[in-house]
Design a protein. Sequence first.
Length: 186
Amino acid sequence: MQPEKTKAKLYTQYPLSSVLIYNGSAVLHFLLGGIGIALGYSFSSWVGYTLGVVYLVLAFAEMYVLMPLKVCPNCVYYRAQDSLCISGLNMISKRITQAGDPKNFARRAEGLLCPNNLYLASLIVPIIAIIPALIVNFSIALLSIFVVLVGLLLFRFFVIFPKLACLHCAAKFKCPQAGQMGVRNL
């Protein structure tokens, strides 16, 4: 059910390699972010470890709990038989919640604390948190983590979203993120 004006293949079931790249980069980003925060603020071990763990819990909860509860039930992948979205979260969502209203899918980007903004925050917060830590508690390891985090963020924005995920997404005609990236007619 691909519109004629669309050139890219729309997936009802993403290739496993795409799902692994999407989730692998997210998990690596979160883990390195938590380690970077803990290492960067290690001049006070309880502060560093506490901040690192709090970040990890919030980042993983946002991605693997909040998204399946709030966003996925409204997505076309929730309803499509034998479907697998880029994150695979539709599979989790089907097990933990009931179907939502597809008309509410675009709400994922509405409001200050919307799921989209929380997801972006989970990617950006460790980068911002490490900057002052680099000034106060510089180390090559911390600098390396910072550079890798920036690289992972850029990889997500310039490769994963536009080329692997959103371009082939069956929800791209209703998704505000796909509209902002301009992939709807590709």
